[in-house]
Design a protein around this ligand. Structure first.
Ligand SMILES: [Zn+2]
Length: 441
């Protein structure tokens, strides 16, 4: 296992954002899924103390012991405007230190980057939120409108114990809120030699299913044609190999048209997949947004080499295009056949909103001041965020965690990836952009 880097390796003039993000990374808030988690309490108490230090009155909510979210309201200059929810999540996905070149929970500063689980998803934005509030409130100012600042638990397991819990049990926390901003958008990508920003205006739906195959339990030497493992393997292969058809939504149509214009190619001659691939590392985000995907992610069967088990199970992570959830589920049932039981473990809606309106104008204007000439493009997120839960209250959510990134960083690979890291100057950029946006909008 790599040695824990000494904190003294960090430069003395470390920006507050990096400091906050580093502190948050050092709380191991791993969420293993299926109810297993290290919990968010320590990180939540840290955040709560920072908010209190700014003169706010944060409240801590525990959905289950250790599963902790923090919410604070920040009065704006004009409370008659709809409130803006600015939210992040405090949990992270697991990290296997064996695969990392640094300790994933040390918050290492190296080569001008902050390394660690959550550096990108999404303790970076948590820190940017805190730093932006410090910039505004610390200077004796107020945001333009009321803010609901939320740090949720459990996002990485669908938000059941975080955003969904709060929306279902304490909807009054979000009274007056009309819009929300959060993760997986607002970062820069490189198209050809041009920098552009992706703003998330939609999310695919998620359907997490379990496949269960049953058969005859028997000695491993027998001739058994209804072997549960074989049956399951066939279904897993069918879903894993499934090429779901490309269907462009309003968001992806608009995105690809802009990409074609920037790359100066004829969208009539270049197909959507090819166009997505031409975006380089950004294709990691864009390709999966053009169709439904169904990825096998976990297998469970058997207990001894010479025993045929009577059941075998697999988890499949399905991300359907918005509005296609039921059709996709029906097709999945068709594909695996009647011998496989399908259990829906968790599902959540897809979202798509227009790339239009005052908040979009404010975001585009703010980015334009901080990075003049870089276009802002709408995109559909292949994953999901806590915006799904907030949408139940009619709150329109966007992905906007602004980061100006160098072209060589494969940013899409950072999400849930190995050696997750973010440039320190990108955090400074994000803090400034967010401060300006919240001050003006
Ligand atoms: Zn996230």
């Amino acid at each position: 296992m790599p040695l824990r880097d000494e904190p003294s390796a960090a430069p003395d003039d470390l920006d507050l954002t990096a400091e906050l993000a580093r502190d948050l990374i050092r709380f191991d808030t791993t969420n293993y899924g299926e109810g297993r988690s290290n919990g968010e309490t320590d990180a939540a108490e840290y955040v709560s103390a920072r908010l209190t230090g700014l003169g706010l009155t944060p409240t801590i909510y525990e959905s289950e012991p250790g599963r902790t979210s923090v919410i604070a309201r920040v009065p704006g200059r004009d409370s008659s405007r709809g409130a803006l929810v600015v939210h992040g999540h405090l949990d992270v996905v697991p990290a296997d230190p064996e695969n990392w070149s640094v300790d994933p929970f040390a918050g290492t500063i190296k080569d001008g980057l902050l390394w660690g689980r959550g550096a990108v998803d999404m303790k970076n934005m948590d820190a940017m939120m805190l730093a932006a509030l410090e910039d505004i409130l610390g200077a004796g100012q107020a945001p333009a409108r009321d803010l609901v600042v939320a740090f949720f638990a459990d996002e990485e397991a669908g938000g059941v114990l975080g955003s969904h819990y709060l929306v279902d049990n304490y909807p009054e926390l979000f009274d007056g809120a009309t819009e929300a901003i959060s993760e997986v958008g607002g970062y820069s990508i490189t198209l050809g030699d041009k920098r552009a920003y992706l703003l998330q205006t939609g999310e695919k739906a998620l359907i997490w299913i379990k496949l269960v195959a049953r058969g005859t339990a028997a000695h491993g030497s027998r001739l058994i044609r209804d072997n549960a493992v074989t049956r399951l393997a066939e279904a897993v292969a069918v879903l894993g190999r499934r090429e779901w058809p490309i269907r462009l939504t309003d968001t992806t149509t608009q995105l690809l048209a802009e990409v074609a214009r920037i790359l100066d190619v004829d969208p009539q001659k270049v197909g959507p997949d090819e166009l997505a691939l031409a975006t380089g590392t950004a294709s990691g985000f864009i390709q999966a947004s053009l169709r439904t995907t169904s990825n096998p992610t976990l297998l469970k069967a058997g207990y001894k080499h010479n025993v045929i088990p009577d059941t075998a199970e697999a988890l499949i992570d399905i991300r359907s295009l918005p509005g296609e959830e039921d059709a996709v589920l029906a097709e999945v049932a068709d594909l695996v056949g009647p011998d496989i039981e399908i259990v829906v473990m968790h599902r959540d809606i897809g979202l798509e909103t227009e790339f239009d309106g005052p908040l979009i104008d404010a975001i585009v204007g703010t980015l334009g001041r901080h990075d003049p000439g870089a276009p802002v493009l709408p995109y559909l997120l292949s994953g999901g965020t806590d915006n799904k839960a907030l949408s139940k209250l009619g709150i329109r959510g966007y992905g906007f965690a602004p980061l100006r990134l160098p072209p060589e960083l494969d940013f899409p690979a950072m999400f849930h990836g190995v050696d997750e890291r973010v440039p320190l100057d990108a955090l400074v950029f994000g803090r400034r952009v967010l401060t300006d946006l919240l001050s003006d909008y």
